[in-house]
Design a protein around this ligand. Structure first.
Ligand code: NAD
Ligand code: GLY
Length: 356
């Protein structure tokens, strides 16, 4: 009997599996087939490494394992930290056959992936995500990078992992606020492309908050399936992949205006999704359902107070901008998203003015 579920990300010769199960760390899933060469370099952080680095070691039996832990926090997802990781890779004697392994949340995954993309022009990379947000979103799809003071994720590269290994037991130690933040991205998938999943989430949110193992496994699997399907159709975000940024134009602006780490990424995305849905002009009933689900997950349904000009300045760094024109991911209805520069300007002013 299989102890885990597998979701495939189909990208030709860069295809890879996402393995989802319980008790996978500790040797119950052999990483040997996915490690190129004999050397691994595990990037983690000061919170996650003491919890899970020793549990990961048996999965890498027979390999040389070097490791480096970053300080904890979004503010360390920076060019300066990236430089430190590259220095540590060189100091450890890493070479083109070294496999970089990210053990941690989205911050660790994004920066370790970027280091793997750049080191020796690109080395093999494995994601072992330990937050709900990283398990359902950031570890899948190959977006890697760091923040710049001018905006989130402005410096980075596409670099797909060879494997995403999700041990859902790691969520046992995740603080509840971080768990709820991950639920924002789960809700996002229902809102943008799967109305039935949205309805399922409405029925099962209280069980998910209790971390019911069966419900959690399904929510993670379904989220990964939906993300894998979108990424397989548009790996480099020339079109449809942009829908995965639903709520993120507002959300990234919130993160930047408040200072990175003040609101968690998922919290900012939660409030941002409601603003984007409102801007979309969906029915009042659909907007109320989205607000209800976000609220049921214990996430913010309103943006913090930010002056209108600061919103515009922060959103002006959005990567979806073309010909100086803001574009938003909007909803036709719950479960149907599209990217558009054609939005109601007066409604936008009212929305960002409302937070002033
Ligand atoms: P995070 O990496 O900061 O982790 C959140 C906190 O949980 C940290 O303090 C971390 O040390 C701690 N932690 C992690 N795992 C733990 C565990 N199992 N037990 C106890 N504590 C644990 O934040 P995140 O929400 O995982 O990721 C957010 C980042 O992901 C942002 O930088 C965001 O931009 C990025 N992101 C990237 C993508 C992508 O496609 N690459 C998608 C979404 C978000
Ligand atoms: N989280 C957005 C993306 O992966 O495209």
């Amino acid at each position: 009997m299989s102890l885990y579920q597998t979701v495939s990300v189909d990208l030709g010769d860069r295809s890879y599996p996402i393995i989802i199960g319980r008790g996978l760390l500790g040797g119950n899933f052999d990483l040997a087939d996915y490690v190129r060469g004999t050397d691994c370099f595990v990037v983690s952080n000061e919170t996650v490494a003491p919890l899970y680095l020793d549990k990961l070691r048996p999965n890498l039996a027979g390999r040389n394992v070097a490791s480096f832990s970053l300080p904890d926090g979004e503010s360390f997802k920076s060019v300066a930290t990236m430089q430190t990781i590259l220095d540590e890779l060189l100091a450890s004697g890493a070479n083109r056959d070294t496999t970089v392994i990210a053990l941690g949340g989205g911050v660790v995954g994004d920066i370790a992936g970027f280091a793997a993309a750049c080191f020796m022009r690109g080395v093999a990379f494995i994601q072992v995500p330990t937050t709900l947000l990283a398990q359902v979103d950031s570890s899948v799809g190959g977006k890697t990078g760091v923040n710049h003071e001018k905006g989130k994720n402005l410096i980075g590269a596409f670099h797909q992992p060879r494997l995403v290994l999700i041990d859902t037991d790691t969520l046992d130690t995740l603080p509840v606020r971080e768990f709820r933040a991950g639920l924002a991205e789960v809700i996002k998938y229902g809102a943008i492309c799967d109305p039935a999943f949205f309805t399922w989430l409405e029925s099962n949110m209280s069980g998910l908050l209790e971390k019911d193992p069966k419900l959690l496994a399904y929510a993670i699997q379904r989220s990964c399936e939906l993300k894998a399907e979108v990424v397989a159709g548009d790996e480099r975000e020339t079109g449809r992949r942009a829908i995965l940024n639903f709520g993120h134009t507002f959300g990234h602006a919130i993160e930047r205006c408040l200072g990175y780490g003040e609101w968690l990424h998922g919290e900012a995305v939660a409030a941002g999704m409601i603003m984007a849905a409102d801007l979309s002009g969906i029915t009042a009933a659909d907007l109320a359902r989205l607000k209800g689900l976000v609220g049921a997950a214990g996430l913010p349904t309103e943006a913090p107070a930010i002056a209108g000009d600061r919103w515009l300045e922060a959103m002006g760094m959005d990567k979806k901008i073309r010909q100086k024109q803001l574009r938003f991911v909007l909803l036709r209805a719950l479960g149907e998203a599209y990217l558009s520069a054609d939005y109601d300007g007066a409604r936008l002013e009212a929305l960002i003015g409302a937070g002033a």
